[in-house]
Design a protein around this ligand. Structure first.
Ligand code: BGC
Length: 617
């Protein structure tokens, strides 16, 4: 696979794109909220969505701050029915007293900027009925979507505060009165949703499937057992991989993986198990590069074969009731739709993918078949910031995702989320500068590295992309994934502080943790390390950090190697290559001695461990 950047080339005509749109959307309310109050004016909106089953539920709440910025907040609401109980919550500290639920934030979401939002949720139980609560309050102020002052107007005839006691002796404990004889806020047993129920975030509260093929390769390397039990994705990179897994590094077919997943699930009590499968065989695959070209061609009836010999077979296996307790995450077609945004004019294979409709129809077909299976989750690939982070690319990509989704049977609901950085190396977060940093009066956007992009890392890109997708019409429940398998950038070359240079290029180059020669380089990058270990709910709007590209599997051969997988030789994998206009004519930064994509590359695996960030223990 390839991750093609589209350099800005926008000079002075840059439009503000998403940033402007986001501000506009909240403009009216935000203006009201800040106009009148000297103290923090609280105004908020809460969107509550729940899936439920007999006796259980999984709920998501998105809290929108429509008032002044908040540093710390308390959300309360009341369950209409006394049988409704919170079990295990996330992205906040959850407690319940009687029917009243109270949530205080975690460190990372306690600050809510004006116009900002955060998503929290819980799994719980109910008996009788499960009505939706409506009386959400932040810091005691009702979240009805309009501004209210926290302090009611002082009027001698009006009650000063409904909660202030009239009695001269204040109650010892003003907070929820618990009768001494009543059990202090009974904590209901945590009730994970029954296996197989489609939850909002398939990673929450779940174990990850350990692919025995990858695990064995990792273990065969000195020091590899430190990571060999980490969950990595299973790539179905050709039709044969479904049945025999014969390609690349893999020995198991899909059924064998799912059977093994059932075993791993059974070995771990009640915790659900999530297995990740990459759907990667569109006709004219990898249309702007060569290293991961596939077996199917549009001109050779590839779309029909994709449907009947690939997607139908995969969906048939996944729908087997033997596997209905697993949470099966599918990553849909890395690089494909992004190639339609940036590479149609330059690459004949992409042009064909567009004019024939094969990519769009293939992805829609996959979504229809996979979404129809209730324990399967769909995450569509959304490239990375150094591909889509320019105005010319960003909103057109959002529009295309929306168009693709609305053309499926379930519409926007056929997509559970989006994934960024699949098999790429872009840093999760640049700790020493962001897009608003300027150096000596010059924005970092003017640096050669950032090149007028609106994002410097995947966290900021994925957040903005999610906001734009929701603004376009996707449900607020969509979650982002970030492939962090190789974006750690630790080791001795990692900067430990911001540069003090007053030259914007030097500043960025000395401060950035992403040590690539150019952000458009994508093949077997020298100096990279394993990134954040897989983790559920790592930040607001993110379902998980995941390891989709199995570290140690090559991105492409560094010289021409004959193979029977349809893969070509892409010079971006050749360390002696001087680059092209997509990477600013820079060297490829690729490691030497690399095998064909998907095959085990021991030297790369060793370097990825050595430069892991956070470091391996
Ligand atoms: C290759 C696939 C491989 C995958 C995971 C892709 O670049 O084309 O064959 O399965 O990487 O390593």
């Amino acid at each position: 696979m390839r991750s093609t950047p589209r350099p800005g080339a926008v000079g002075s005509t840059v439009r503000r794109g998403l940033v402007a749109a986001a501000v506009l959307a909240l403009g009216a309310t935000a203006a009201v909220a800040t106009a009148t109050s000297a103290s923090a004016a609280v105004a908020c909106k809460v969107n509550y969505t729940a899936s439920q089953w007999q006796g259980g539920m999984s709920a998501n709440l998105s809290i929108q701050n429509l008032g002044d910025a908040l540093n710390g907040w308390t959300l309360t609401f009341t369950f209409p029915n006394s049988g409704q109980k919170v079990g295990q919550g996330w992205s906040g500290n959850w407690s319940q007293s009687g029917s009243t639920v109270t949530v205080t934030p975690m460190d990372w979401n306690k600050q809510l900027s004006s116009g900002g939002s955060t998503s929290i949720g819980f799994n719980g139980t109910w008996s009788g009925s499960n009505p939706t609560p409506t009386d959400f309050k932040i810091n005691g102020v009702s979240c009805n979507g309009t501004q209210q002052s926290p302090t009611p107007p002082v009027s001698p005839s009006a009650p000063v505060s409904p909660s202030a006691p009239a009695s001269p002796t204040p109650p010892v404990s003003p907070s929820p009165v618990v009768s001494p004889s009543a059990p202090a806020s009974p904590t209901p047993p945590v009730s994970p949703p029954p296996p197989g129920v489609h939850v909002d975030n398939p990673y929450a509260g779940a174990d990850g499937y350990v692919n025995p093929d990858w695990s064995a390769s990792a273990k065969s390397e000195p020091g590899g057992s430190r990571v060999a039990n980490i969950s990595t994705a299973v790539w179905l990179d050709r039709i044969a991989a479904i049945t025999s897994g014969s390609a690349g590094n893999n020995s198991k077919g899909l059924r064998e993986h799912l059977d093994e997943a059932v075993k791993q699930d059974a070995a771990n009590g009640n915790t659900p198990l999530t297995i990740q499968v990459v759907i990667y065989d569109l006709p004219n695959r990898d249309c702007s590069a060569l290293a991961s070209n596939g077996e199917l061609k549009i001109a050779e009836n590839g779309l029909a074969r994709y449907k009947s010999e690939y997607i139908d077979v995969i969906a048939g296996i996944m729908a087997d009731s033997k596997y209905s307790n697993l949470r099966i995450v599918t990553v849909i077609e890395p690089d494909s739709l992004p190639n339609l945004i940036t590479n149609v004019s330059n690459f004949q294979a992409c042009q064909e993918a567009q004019s024939s409709g094969a990519y769009v129809q293939g992805v829609q077909y996959a979504l229809n078949k996979l979404h129809a299976i209730s324990n399967v989750y769909t995450y569509v690939d959304a490239a990375h910031h150094a591909w889509l982070g320019w105005d010319n690319n960003f909103q057109p990509m959002v529009n295309l995702f929306h168009q693709v989704a609305t053309g499926t049977t379930a519409g926007v609901n056929s997509i559970d989320g989006f994934i960024v950085n699949t098999a790429n190396f872009a840093a999760l977060t640049e700790p020493y500068f962001n897009i608003n940093t300027s150096v000596n009066g010059q924005s970092v956007r003017q640096s050669t590295w950032v090149d007028w992009n609106w994002y410097v890392d995947e966290s900021s890109f994925a957040t903005a992309l999610r906001n734009a997708l929701v603004a376009k019409g996707f449900p607020n429940t969509i979650g982002m994934l970030v492939d962090t398998s190789r974006n750690g950038w630790g080791g001795s070359a990692r900067p430990t502080k911001a540069s003090t240079s007053t030259n914007v290029n030097t500043f960025v180059n000395e401060s950035r943790v992403d040590r690539r020669i150019h952000a458009g380089n994508w093949c077997n990058q020298s100096g990279a390390g394993m990134g954040e270990r897989p983790k559920a709910n790592p930040a607001p709007g993110f379902d998980a950090y995941v390891w989709i590209k199995p570290p140690g599997e090559s991105d492409g051969s560094s010289s021409q190697i004959p193979n029977d997988e349809g893969k070509g030789f892409d010079r971006m994998c050749d360390p002696t290559y001087g680059g092209n206009n997509l990477n600013g004519n820079n060297p490829s930064g690729a490691l030497a001695g690399a095998p064909v994509s998907g095959h085990w590359f021991s030297a790369q695996f060793q370097q990825l461990m050595q430069n892991a960030y956070p470091p391996l223990s």
